[in-house]
Design a protein around this ligand. Sequence first.
Ligand SMILES: O=P(O)(O)O[C@H]1O[C@H](CO)[C@@H](O)[C@H]1O
Ligand SMILES: O=c1cc[nH]c(=O)[nH]1
Length: 262
Amino acid sequence: MTGAGVVIAGGPKTRYDGKEFVKAGFSQMSIHINAKKGEIADTILLPGDPLRAKYIAETFLEDVVQFNEVRNMFGYTGTYKGKRVSVMGTGMGIPSISIYITELMQEYDVQKLIRVGTCGAIQKDVKVRDVIIAQSASTNSKFNEITFKGMDYAPTADFDLLLKAYETGREKGLNLKVGNVFTEDLFYSEDSDHKKYADYGVLAVEMESAALYTLAAKFGRQALSVLTVSDHILTGEATSSEERQTTFNDMIEVALDAAIQE
Ligand SMILES: O=P(O)(O)O[C@H]1O[C@H](CO)[C@@H](O)[C@H]1O
Ligand SMILES: O=c1cc[nH]c(=O)[nH]1
């Protein structure tokens, strides 16, 4: 754990005391992220939950500096195996992740974006605790429809990142699945589209990857989603919080090891 070594970016370097980070009070470059240029690495991990970002920074990174606390969407930069990496929460759903990744790419020139999220399985042969690499992301969101004026678009992962993540996961002996995921707008829905998508081979549902892939393509950047199956929509099985931690660690290591490869 490197938590005791976390400092705030900008202003006086205030150490994290295990309870809270002191506000730095510097001028910000973008509306939702108050980091200065250069404080965010070229490569960033993006969990939905900002507390997962804090966990990743404290558990996996060294020499950590916090660069964002606006709206409690915590962001940190540190090193992993000697390479500079950032991690930041995105919030839940396409509207939230779209804001953060647009600012990360447009204002901070981030080049590699790897979502590390949870998902619900919709195929029998996908098990709780499996790690899924999202090769593509279908969606019922209007995001691509609006962007492409009613025409269709196939949001796709960066192949180079995908291959690195796949090889890393296989070397670690993980039960990896690679395929299409469904990025949905409604977590709670009376009339879900899951069966239709499952019939067409989609592995699991989550709420951000389609926008991540589309926006990364727009900016000419590399993007990938690595997801842990936290629950099974067909069987109702769900992971315990302890199990989640272990499988999250597998997913995070796959993402970090893929991210730092040249
Ligand atoms: O665990 P995260 O990364 O937040 O991802 C999944 O969990 C949230 C729903 O509970 C949505 O954001 C969904 O995509
Ligand atoms: O978006 C999500 C994430 C996990 N499980 C679900 O059912 N949906």
